[in-house]
Design a protein around this ligand. Structure first.
Ligand code: BTN
Length: 242
């Protein structure tokens, strides 16, 4: 059961950092850490994550003893659950930018950072969802690419309801068999058919394979597989990539 125990901080450095410390001390599967504000929020690929105090859902969950193979799909699982939770709480339709950015109306609404110690049987799923921030309150570098539920016209959305809905969806999706999970992910694939660029080339995104790698058609029938741990997309036609 996700959400018990639940540790809430008014201010902390990073809910992922707190959850990792709890996991290292043996916290059970489902332990939830939340905060109103982070002073050192962590993002993917060494970036930071920031949101004005009280404006976002900031949550991290300790996940233990996943079925074989489920570990690799955890970032995609979290993205599907975040989309489903936000959709249910705010009556929107979120999409996913590979591997696990949550987009609303072509802008980034939520970010996900999965960290873990597979050898020790645990991972931490960290999710940050912009709820009530105004675009003007976001850091300069995010203003043209990010959004919040309030900025997208859902100013009635409540953080506690978004949190509960995402927790529920994560609980359900952690038990979903891989083929069904991948189908749900593909149904929200924002990059499908879009041109994408990475350090090694450019091509047209053609969905994910069974391991969660992005398939890109580079021309003349050639396809390459991009692994999320190794590749950072630098461009996607008409879409932000932050
Ligand atoms: C990204 O898009 O780069 C991932 C951002 C993940 C941010 C969330 S906020 C809650 C949790 N605690 C952190 O320090 N990071 C994640």
């Amino acid at each position: 059961m996700i959400g018990a125990p639940h540790v809430h901080h008014r201010v902390t450095d990073s809910t992922n950092r707190r959850a990792r410390a709890l996991a290292e001390d043996g916290a059970p599967h489902g332990t939830l850490v939340t905060a109103d504000e982070q002073t050192a929020g962590r993002g993917r690929q060494g970036r930071s994550w920031s949101a004005p105090a009280g404006s976002a859902v900031l949550m991290s969950v300790v996940v233990r003893d996943l079925a074989p193979g489920a570990e690799a799909l955890l970032p995609l699982t979290a993205a599907v659950a975040a989309c489903e939770g936000v959709d249910a709480a705010a009556a929107v339709r979120c999409e996913i930018k590979w591997p696990n950015d949550v987009w609303l109306e072509g802008r980034k609404l939520a970010g996900i950072l999965v960290e873990g110690r597979p050898a020790e049987g645990w991972a931490v799923v960290g999710i940050g969802i912009n709820v009530s921030a105004r675009l003007a309150d976001l850091p300069d570098e995010l203003r043209s690419t990010a959004t919040s539920l309030a900025s997208a016209g859902r100013s009635g959305a409540r953080s506690d309801e978004v949190l509960s809905a995402v927790v529920l969806a994560l609980d359900r999706r952690l038990g979903t068999p891989a083929p069904e999970l991948l189908d749900a992910w593909r149904g929200r694939d924002a990059l499908h058919g879009e041109r994408v660029t990475w350090s090694g080339g450019t091509g047209v995104a053609a969905g994910v394979d069974e391991s969660g790698a992005l398939i890109v058609e580079t021309g003349a029938g050639e396809r390459v597989r991009l692994d999320a741990g190794e590749v950072h997309l630098t461009g996607a036609a008409g879409r932000s990539t932050t």
